[in-house]
Design a protein around this ligand. Structure first.
Ligand SMILES: C[S@@+](CC[C@H](N)C(=O)[O-])C[C@H]1O[C@@H](n2cnc3c(N)ncnc32)[C@H](O)[C@@H]1O
Length: 188
């Protein structure tokens, strides 16, 4: 038996709480794999909001969603996740949210997530989560800026009060290359 990757683990947590007809956020749509996963989970009556700063990400994600017949239940937003308040309806609450930090695989590796905007986005996301909702963050060390961003996100999570959120952090440690870790935040 092989253990699940952190991304598979994130999806297992999301699956456990995201209802059909629910509302989810993909804070970093990239090539759209996670957006598609969320769209399939919420079903035709649900809604997914997905952010990315790169037009290439929106194009790739749109194509993926179209080919799977789920595009109409997803709102693709070409903006930083830090500008969420300007782009999401004020009254929208979320059942689940995924962030997969770093750079677009096979894309421009100079466009990466940064601690300041990531923290602004995570904070707003946590505010919008329903009680019992889940926020997952996959953190990548080993690229320029990745270690600092991961440290900032973990420090932010450690500062959350126990009556606001339940927190887990998981990582493989006997790997050949720096391994991504998974932060799971459950809203009280
Ligand atoms: C690791 S990739 C995401 C992978 C994606 N979830 C998937 O399923 O393919 C990280 C993405 O974050 C995006 N990104 C970087 N800064 C961002 C920001 N401030 N707001 C939203 N997305 C951002 C990058 O453009 C990149 O596409």
């Amino acid at each position: 038996m092989s253990l699940p990757t952190v991304l598979e683990l994130a999806k297992q947590y999301i699956e456990a709480v995201l209802p059909m007809g629910g509302v989810a956020l993909d804070g970093t749509m990239g090539n759209g794999y996670d957006t598609l996963f969320l769209a399939q989970r919420v079903g035709a009556a649900g809604r997914v909001y997905a952010f990315d700063v790169q037009p290439e990400a929106l194009d790739a994600t749109h194509r993926r969603l179209e080919s799977e017949g789920v595009a109409e239940r997803v709102t693709l937003i070409h903006a930083s996740h830090a500008e969420m308040t300007q782009h999401l309806p004020a009254n929208i609450t979320l059942h689940a949210a995924m962030y997969n930090l770093g750079y677009l695989p096979h894309g421009d590796k100079s466009v990466i997530t940064h601690a300041a905007s990531t923290l602004a986005a995570l904070s707003e996301t946590l505010t919008r989560l329903v009680a019992g909702g889940i926020l997952t963050v996959v953190l990548y060390p080993g690229h320029a800026g990745g270690d600092d961003e991961a440290a900032a996100v973990i420090a932010w999570a450690q500062g959350l009060l126990p009556d606001v959120a339940q927190i887990q952090w998981t990582q493989s440690f006997n790997t050949r290359r720096p391994a991504p870790s998974l932060l799971i935040i459950g809203k009280r």
